[in-house]
Structure formats: C-alpha cells, structure tokens
Design a protein around this ligand. Structure first.
Ligand SMILES: Nc1nc2c(c(=O)[nH]1)N[C@H]1C(S)=C(S)[C@@H](COP(=O)(O)OP(=O)(O)OC[C@H]3O[C@@H](n4cnc5c(=O)[nH]c(N)nc54)[C@H](O)[C@@H]3O)O[C@H]1N2
Ligand SMILES: Nc1nc2c(c(=O)[nH]1)N[C@H]1C(S)=C(S)[C@@H](COP(=O)(O)OP(=O)(O)OC[C@H]3O[C@@H](n4cnc5c(=O)[nH]c(N)nc54)[C@H](O)[C@@H]3O)O[C@H]1N2
Ligand code: SF4
Ligand SMILES: [Mo]
Length: 726
C-alpha cells in the first residue's frame, strides 16, 4: 500500500539543465570539500554537488556547499570601485585606474607624513594562497609597512602560537584519516557537526565502524556533546586547569610514555613540578568537573593505544588560548600520542584558507613559515625577491587586535582591509566604530559592497569571489586544494590577485620584486621557496592538484603523494629537534559574572550561517533558518526573568546592549546565554574580547552580561526588522 507523500506528491528532482560540471573547492570552511558547479546552456551556475572520488568529502557537501552556486549573483555584490572624500559624503562610482591611483597616492602621503608603519593592512583567511603570497610580497617588499596582519588573529592565532611554543613551528600534525585509527577522541571547544559538517561525517563513519570513545569538553550541550560517551560541561575558560589535572593523574599513576618523553622532549621536570599542584580535587573546584571523571578520562586517554584531540574556538578564543593549545600538546607528548596513525593534537582550522595565510602571507613573518626575527630567513627571502634585505623589519609588527587600538592612539592613520568585516566580527562594536571613524583613509576590498565596514571607507574595491578566480586553499589537514575558475567575475569586480599586482605596479619604489601575472606562476615561486622545508609543495602543480583532489604537504618533488602526518620520526622543529613540555600556571583573569551582570555570555556559530552573513544572509534557503539574532537561554533562567520562548529580550554588558530573541533550551546552563555572532549590531555590541598574552586573540567566548525583559514586544520587533532590512 502506498502512503502519504509517495502517492500524493512524489519527490521529483528538478532538471536544472546542467550541461557541464566544473571542478572546484568549497569557499566557506576549512574542511576543504571538492565541489562541482553545474552550468546550464547559457553558462549560468545552477547546481552544485560533492565530488565522489575526493578523499576529503567522498561526495558529501553541507548545506553551505550545496547552495554555494547561488552566491555568484547574490544581492549586495560590488560591481565597480567606489570613492569619496569623507565618510559623511556619498560614494561615487569610479574606474579602476582612478581608484587605484588615488589609493596609492594616499598610502604614499600617509607614509611620507607619519612614517612607513602608519599605514596598516589587515587581511583574511578567505582568499587564495597565491593571493596571500602576493599580498605579503607587496606589504613586505614594496609598501614596507610592518603593521600587516590578518583576521586569523581572531581565529587561529592561539593554535599557531601554541604549536610554535611546543613544536617549534606551526602546522597541524594530523589528518582526517586519523579518525579511522584512533582509540580515544577528545573534542574540546569544537562543535564539529555544525561548523565542519563533513569532517564530522568522516569522524562519525569511523566511530560507527570502530566504536572509539568520544569525550566532549564544552560548557554547552552542543550537537556533538549529545553524541558523546562523556560530556564535560566545564566552567568557562578553565580548560587549562582540566588539562593540567589530566596530566597530573597520568604522571601520578605512572601512565606516561617515559621513553617518548626522554627521547623527544625537553622540560619534563619543570612541567612535572607544576602539574603536581593540579590534583583532581583542587582542579574540580575550579573547572567544575568532578575528580572521579577527571581520573577516569586521564586513564582512558593514557591507556588508549592511539589518542587524538581536536579543538576549535572553545580553546583558541580564550585569555588562555595559547596555553590551552600547549596544554593539549603537553598531554600528547607525555603519552607519546603524536606522529602515529590515530594519535594527533589536531587543531580544526576555521576559514577556507586560514592555513594558506599562516603558511604564505608573510603576515606574522616571511613566506613558507620563515621568521622576520631570523637573519638567514630575511636574507634568503630578500635575495629571492631581489630587494634590499634591510628593507625588511627585524621583528613582526602589530597584531590585528593591536592595530585597531593603535588607530585610536593616532599611531596608525590609514588602513586597508581585505576580506574581513570588523564592524561585525570584532568585540565592542561601539569602540570599533569610533576607531574606524578616526582614520584619515580606509580602503575596503570585499566581494560585497554592502558589507557593514564599508560605511566607514573612503575607497571600496569590488573583489571577485571564490570560484570567479583560480588558486589554492589549504585545509585543516594540510591539504592543498585547487579552486578552479568556474564563472567570470561579477560586474567589473576583479580577483584580489589582480588588485595586488596593480598596486605593486603603481607603487613608486625603484627596486621592486617581480610580480608574476598569473596565480599559477605565483604558485611556481612558492614551490621554489618551499623546497626542502617542512611545508614542501615542490611536488605539486595545478593539474595534479585537480586530478588527485588535493595533496597534503609536505609533498616534495618526485613524491607520489603528500605526507599524512608530521613528526612521524619524533623530530620537532626546535633547533635541538625536541618538543617542549611547558608548565602552565593558571591565572583567572576573565570578566566573571557578578551581582550586576550575573550571566556568562558565550558566542559562536550555527550551521546555516557563515560569519557576518555577507554571503549566507543573502541565500534564502539558508537565511530562513535564523534570519534574526537570538540567544539560547535556559528555561529556568528565562522563567525567573519572566521571558517567554520567542520573545525579545535585552542583553546588557558594561560595553553596551543588544536586542535578541529568546530561544529557551537546556543546551545552556542557568548562568549562561549563547548567542550566534553572525548578526550585525548584536553580540559584539556587548562582548569584551580580552586578549591572550601570547597570541593576542580575543576571548570571545567569555564575558559577563545581564538579561532584561523587554516590555514592548512590538516596538522591539519593528526595531529589529529595521536594523536588518537590506
Ligand atoms: N556553519 C559555519 N561553519 C563554520 C563557520 C561559520 O561561521 N559557520 N566558521 C568557520 C570558522 S572561521 C571557525 S573559527 C570555526 C569555528 O568552529 P567552532 O569552534 O566549532 O565553533 P564555535 O561555535 O565558535 O565554538 C565552539 C564551541 O566552543 C564552546 N566554548 C565556549 N566556551 C568554552 C570554554 O571555555 N571551553 C570549551 N572547551 N569550550 C567552550 C562553545 O560553547 C561552542 O559550542 O568554524 C568554521 N566553520
Ligand atoms: N562574538 C564573536 N565574534 C567573533 C567570533 C566568535 O566566535 N564570537 N569568531 C571570530 C572568528 S573565528 C573569525 S574567523 C572572525 C571572522 O570575521 P570576518 O573576517 O570579519 O568575517 P567574514 O564575514 O567572513 O568577513 C569576510 C569578508 O570577506 C568577504 N569576501 C569573501 N570572499 C572574498 C574574496 O575572495 N575577496 C575579497 N576581497 N573579499 C571576500 C566577505 O564578503 C566578507 O565581508 O570573526 C570573529 N568574531
Ligand atoms: S563542510 Fe565546509 S568545505 Fe565542506 S561543503 Fe560545508 S562549508 Fe564547504
Ligand atoms: Mo575563525
């Protein structure tokens, strides 16, 4: 017998008239899914599908990838450059020549008047690696400002800093295949099913086959926590205490791998002395996880033949972000869980090409994981680029989170933003607004003209988006994927690569490096610079990258495929080849809830949106799930405040306030609200963003707020809709 839908309304797959499928790589998250965009007879993108023989996604895509082909013609795209003399005046349309000449003239004026470093550049994790490399060459070798950084300081800086402190270099040591070998998976501050749906799918498949235990550490009952064997809902910001206590139990019970420690690490005695103080009972009082669970987890982790840890922003976005990463590395080093199948401390990256900027942008150093502080690195790069080595600074300049305050103090007068939207993504919106208003000159280079930060710019440069251009992204597992050009750029927008080359050509300096004309030629330069190094890509080329569906570095010339793991021989990147065990004393330095602001404010993401919604907010089938700002609030807390499900409420902190809908859910404890950060004029109006001392990454995940009932619901709805009408 036939029931319901089958009979009355059978599902029919619409024929979209695809005549050609073009290979490329997804442009949203760092999973790095291979994707094919379907073009119809007129060459219009009308569909997308996952590439079946790609190792990363094996045919799968998440909701963002499936609808990504709709992006190319979304509202708000920039069509032509825009100019204006002051931010009070309206923009006028301009040609590329006029816009770029004007921009170069202003850069030169600011540098000549206030010094080279008075013009700052902040880029992103969302353009191609060849574009990063070119921007780095331009910033370091032509413009010569040392105040050059990326939005990755909001995102990956703690992971980078932690890897460097422990292992002597950045570079995630593991890969997705490790899920297929691990005997214990610890996931800390990562909501994999929503933020990296396809990595999650790889993990779940492996777990269904082999049933390894999954332990989730997150103050919220996330989608991942719901599937865990053990969920540790710890007190916000106390991961380092929990991790120190795990190491305490391991050493106390003699569960460590002493042979590995002796052969491959340095600093064991000092580390042991410090973790001695973190017995599970005292730790429990701070992190809120009871002592027996701590002991149980320590034994489970240490006794597993292969143990793996993944983490994301719950660790990185903390005043102890870098220490949290080092604490994870410590745990892996004392149990010898690194460089073997299923055994890795694997930082899950965020943006599609956050890795590419870490490797090649020169933002924190020089290309190919080289350091400004190292004279040999400076000499080598200067020689390769054909510039005077004294032109390069000897220390890295300001981080993004220090560049903005340096505008407040007047030290920086001009700023060029490439693919980042600080008006929505940085903490304390009111302060960021005042800061941007102080600039003599702001350039916004973005695929969307309606991006909020553009309200404060003098020049807007329309950039081509994702597969409107060609180049590489590196994903979480160090896999270099090729983004093939699928369609022509929208309007008169141009690839970032073209824009950087044009600025280089116009900038008045005599001994300039050579700037190749295509991204493929830039890739060849990078290959030469990578030879013999940890991130050797000399065995890659565009065609191979497409045929192989991405290759992992290191992949030296002549090698059939890239390496799955780093540190397989136990040799690390510190000069003596040993990893460091680093003692991590915990100092509680967060803004904590008190009588006036009694709740923790936690923030993060949801699956259907990407960051500041410049893209996903324009795609109806994504935006419809959560078109307006909301908070998760515990039903008991809401009842005490007289707030009902679906009602507007006000979030108030020492910085400001924000209007949000209340979603009553047991996912958060009574003393916490969770707000997705995707909306303009929302959570970052109230957030604080204290900085980690090593990585300068903001602690977006912790500050104190009060929630207030809103009496006039209709007025709130009107205000909310007005704020969000594009
Ligand atoms: N759909 C979608 N996917 C994305 C993105 C997106 O915007 N949308 N962005 C991409 C980017 S750039 C990034 S960086 C990643 C982020 O990916 P995730 O880090 O997985 O996402 P978040 O929601 O920011 O935060 C993860 C978890 O950290 C928890 N957390 C808060 N405080 C603490 C704490 O003190 N300790 C611990 N252990 N956990 C805590 C939060 O409760 C939250 O569940 O996602 C990437 N993927
Ligand atoms: N409260 C709170 N705040 C947070 C976070 C949090 O968890 N909580 N997370 C932080 C994290 S991890 C991150 S990564 C940041 C992200 O913060 P942002 O970098 O500000 O976020 P996006 O919206 O991704 O901005 C990228 C911009 O690049 C544009 N773009 C896309 N592709 C291209 C291109 O090819 N070329 C050019 N020129 N432009 C392009 C997009 O239109 C968009 O405007 O937010 C941070 N802010
Ligand atoms: S998981 Fe990430 S890379 Fe894969 S389709 Fe979704 S957004 Fe794109
Ligand atoms: Mo991020």
């Amino acid at each position: 017998m036939l029931f319901g839908r089958k009979k009355k309304n059978p599902i029919r797959l619409p024929d979209k008239g695809v005549v050609e499928w073009r290979y490329t790589t997804c442009g949203y998250c760092s999973t790095g899914c291979s994707i094919e965009v379907g073009l119809d007879r007129q060459g219009r993108p009308v569909a997308a599908r996952g590439v079946a023989d790609a190792d990363v996604n094996r045919g799968k895509l998440c909701i963002k990838g499936i609808l990504e082909y709709e992006l190319f013609r979304t509202p708000g795209r920039g069509r032509v450059p825009l100019l204006r003399g002051s931010i009070q005046a309206p923009f006028r349309e301009a040609g590329w020549d006029e816009a770029l000449d004007h921009m170069v003239a202003e850069m030169v004026r600011i540098q000549e008047t206030h010094g080279r470093d008075a013009f700052a550049i902040v880029s992103t994790g969302q353009i191609m690696t060849e574009e990063f490399y070119t921007l780095g060459k331009l910033a370091r070798g032509v413009i010569g400002t040392n105040n050059y950084d990326g939005n990755t300081t909001l995102c990956m800086a703690s992971a980078v800093s932690g890897y460097k402190r422990s292992f002597g270099s950045d570079g995630p040591p593991g890969c997705y295949e490790d899920f297929e070998h691990t005997d214990c998976l610890l996931a800390i501050g990562s909501n994999l099913p929503e933020q990296h749906p396809v990595i999650y799918w790889r993990m779940r498949e492996a777990r269904e086959r082999r049933g390894f235990p999954l332990i989730v550490v997150d103050p919220r009952v996330t989608m991942l926590a719901q599937q865990a064997d053990m969920h540790l809902a710890l007190n916000p910001g106390t991961d380092v205490v929990l991790l120190n206590a795990l190491a305490h139990v391991i050493l106390d019970e003699g569960l460590q791998d002493q042979a590995y420690i002796d052969a491959h690490t340095q600093g064991f005695e000092a580390f042991q002395a410090l973790v001695q103080q973190y017995d599970p009972r005292s730790a429990a009082a701070v992190c809120g996880i009871d002592e027996d669970r701590i002991r149980h987890l320590a034994r489970l982790f240490a006794r597993a033949p292969a143990a793996m840890t993944i983490w994301t922003m719950g660790i990185n976005q903390s005043t102890h972000g870098s220490d949290g990463v080092v604490a994870i590395n410590n745990l892996h080093l004392i149990t010898g869980n690194i460089g073997r199948p299923g055994a890795a401390p694997l930082s899950i990256t965020g943006q599609s090409n956050a890795m590419g900027t870490r490797e090649w942008s020169s933002a924190s150093g020089l290309p190919g994981y080289r350091y400004l502080e190292n004279p040999d690195d400076r000499r080598e790069v200067a020689r390769f680029w054909g510039i005077d080595e004294d032109f390069l600074p000897q220390h890295r300049g300001l981080f993004m989170t220090d560049i903005l305050p340096a505008i407040e103090t007047g030290q920086i007068k001009g700023l060029w933003l490439v693919a980042t939207n600080p008006m929505t993504s940085m903490a304390d919106t009111a302060r960021i607004r005042r800061t941007l208003q102080r600039l003599e000159f702001l350039v916004v280079q973005d695929a969307y003209a309606d991006v909020e930060t553009n309200e404060y710019s003098h020049v807007y440069l329309p950039a081509a988006l994702w597969a409107e251009k060609q180049g590489c992204f590196t994903n979480t597992e160090r896999r270099v994927n090729l983004v093939r050009n699928v369609v022509a750029p929208y309007g008169d927008s141009r690839p970032d690569f073209w824009i950087f080359n044009e600025i280089a050509r116009r900038f008045p300096r005599t001994d300039k490096p050579h700037f190749p004309e295509t991204t493929e030629q830039a890739f060849e330069e990078m290959k030469q610079l990578s030879r013999g190094r940890m991130l050797d890509i000399s065995g890659m080329d565009y065609d191979r990258l497409e045929v192989e569906r991405g290759l992992q570095w290191p992949c030296p010339d002549g090698q059939a495929r890239g390496a799955r793991r780093l540190y397989t021989d136990g040799r690390f990147q510190h000069r003596d080849g040993r990893a460091r065990l680093i003692p991590l004393p915990f100092v509680d330095n967060n803004e904590r809830p008190d009588d006036d602001y009694p709740m923790w404010l936690n923030s993060g993401r949801v699956v259907e949106h990407f960051h500041t919604r410049t893209r996903t907010g324009k795609i109806g089938n994504q935006n419809k799930f959560s078109p307006v700002p909301y908070m998760e609030i515990n039903p008991d807390a809401a009842a005490a405040l007289g707030i009902g499900h679906g009602e507007y409420a006000r979030l108030v902190s020492r910085r400001g306030d924000a209007l949000v809908l209340a979603q009553l859910t047991q996912r958060v404890p009574r003393n916490m609200v969770f707000v997705p950060f995707h909306y303009h004029e929302c959570v970052n109006r109230v957030s604080l963003g204290l900085l980690d001392p090593h990585s300068r990454q903001p602690a977006y995940k912790q500050c104190a707020v009060r929630v207030e009932k809103v009496q006039d619901q209709e007025a709130a709805a009107r205000l909310d809709l007005a704020a969000r009408a594009y």
